[in-house]
Design a protein around this ligand. Structure first.
Ligand code: FAD
Length: 323
């Protein structure tokens, strides 16, 4: 059996439907590199995915064969096997739907503490600490495990740290000596429905353009999509926009929607209620366009434009397209 680096941090890489390493990989491995040595685990990825994990800074990449759309159980099985071999100081996963599913099941099975939705990680003399942004970003709190290696889900886009690419990574194939158990017979995939969209996924997008009730109708909400396309951004929305039927709930940002931490978040016609801010306040740069100069969104915005979005946004799109 191979020996693993000191202070290994096991990173479970999310795999896209086409078998690539998900965009969250660089941030996860970057976070791991700040508290130890990343050891990446990829279940059901292509050979390119293993290379992508090494390029993101994992000196050891363990791969397990399987369907990229694997149900959770085989991934948890593979993770449990690898966890016992590597004996890591912590296990990091993305706070994506898939990552949370695997993290929860694995933590229960391995009897480890689960620390969810971290926006950063660090290490002190006592061990590994997860940092969380709570109450709409009003407070930062820390959590740590008093026993065993913590299982930590990391919010996509929240960690800026990046590890240097590894020139001579070690690739280990799990299937060569330990096969990945097959899915439990109690569960099966019936149908996978992919939404055809050329836009980036909301979770993990580097730029997000969100629209609120100020868009006034489903027809006019298209303006949000046009600005998103001009910026290569994902589309988000406030709950009021979702409730009014302008856009499906999967686009909702906030306390009862998705939490995002993009480099750039553009809020159009959104007042900035605490429940909305809870999902976007950790964005690196926030731009707000609102006709009400007293709207609370301006309290968290880095750049604000007080004006009618139906006048301002077409001008921004025209300027972007003229570049
Ligand atoms: P509004 O508050 O109505 O604001 C519309 C804004 O558009 C106003 O500021 C107005 O000045 C501006 N505007 C109007 N016309 C124009 C124009 N032509 N040009 C420029 N600006 C214009 N909300 C979420 O977003 N996400 C959540 O996850 C969420 N979870 C919730 C959970 C709970 C338990 C509760 C109680 C509420 C939750 N909410 C959530 C709802 C939240 O409290 C707000 O009601 C909601 O965010 C408001 O959406 P909005 O900003 O689009 O609408």
């Amino acid at each position: 059996m191979m020996s693993y680096p000191e202070n290994p941090i096991l990173v479970v890489v999310d795999v896209t439907p086409s078998g690539e390493a998900a965009s969250s990989t660089a941030g996860l491995i970057g976070a791991a590199s700040t508290i130890g040595t990343p050891v990446a685990l990829i279940v059901g990825g292509t050979p390119e995915a293993a290379g992508q994990a090494a390029a993101a800074g994992a000196p050891v990449v363990i791969t397990a064969e399987g369907d990229a759309r694997s149900l959770t159980v085989p991934i948890v099985d593979a993770l449990h096997l690898v966890y016992e071999r590597v004996q890591p100081d912590a296990v990091l996963l993305s706070n994506s739907i898939a990552g949370r599913d695997v993290a929860g099941r694995f933590a229960v099975r391995a009897k480890l503490a689960l620390l969810v939705d971290a926006v950063g990680v660090s290490r002190d003399d006592e061990g590994i600490i997860a940092h969380h942004s709570v109450y709409g970003g009003a407070y930062l709190t820390d959590s740590a495990s008093t026993f065993g290696a913590p299982v930590i889900t990391v919010r996509q886009g929240a960690v800026d740290a990046r590890a240097a690419a590894v020139e001579a990574p070690v690739f280990e194939g799990l299937t060569s000596d330990i096969p990945v158990p097959t899915a439990a017979a109690t569960a099966g995939a019936i149908e996978a429905v992919e939404q055809a969209s050329s836009r980036p996924d909301l979770r993990g997008a580097t730029t997000v353009v969100s629209g609120g009730r100020g868009l006034a109708s489903k027809e006019k909400f298209v303006l949000v999509e046009e600005l998103a396309d001009a910026l290569g951004a994902a589309v988000g929305a406030s709950r009021a926009a979702v409730d009014a039927g302008y856009i499906p709930q999967s686009h909702q940002v906030g306390q009862t929607g998705v939490s995002v931490s993009p480099q750039l978040y553009v809020a159009l016609g959104i007042s900035g209620a605490i429940q909305h801010r809870a999902g976007m306040q950790t964005s690196k740069t926030i731009v707000a366009i609102n006709k009400d100069a007293d709207a609370p969104i301006f309290d968290v915005a880095d750049f604000g434009i007080v004006g009618d979005l139906f006048t301002v946004v077409p001008q921004i799109i025209a300027a972007l397209e003229a570049r």
